[in-house]
Design a protein around this ligand. Structure first.
Ligand SMILES: [Zn+2]
Length: 102
């Protein structure tokens, strides 16, 4: 019986620069996948700074956009949340203490 070797080469486009990344096989490209399951190509010689690091570019871009778009309103809301959370935490600490004093 002859075995037919089936080689599936998976290709995924880089979510940042749209280059096709070959995920497996002999000519596979180095790539990284982030928590959002986005694929990014990366070009790096060990010991040297990356020539191309699409995930880093993507992160930097998001950070910049985030700083611009997440308005002060949202930041203000987060502050208010933190302040609102404090009395509850203190109340919890009190019950804890009472419980242990008995
Ligand atoms: Zn890329």
């Amino acid at each position: 019986m002859r075995r037919i070797k089936l080689r599936h080469i998976f290709v995924h486009k880089c979510d940042w620069c749209n280059r096709e990344i070959i995920l497996n096989g002999q000519n596979s490209d180095p790539y990284v996948v982030n928590a959002e399951r986005k694929y990014f190509c990366i070009e790096q010689t060990p010991g040297k700074p990356a020539k191309r690091d699409c995930m880093q570019d993507y992160l930097n871009y998001n950070k910049r956009v985030g700083d611009d778009k997440i308005s002060r309103q949202k930041k203000q809301k987060e502050k208010e949340k933190k302040i609102a959370a404090i009395p509850r935490v203190m109340a919890k600490a009190k019950t804890y203490q009472n419980h242990h004093q008995r």
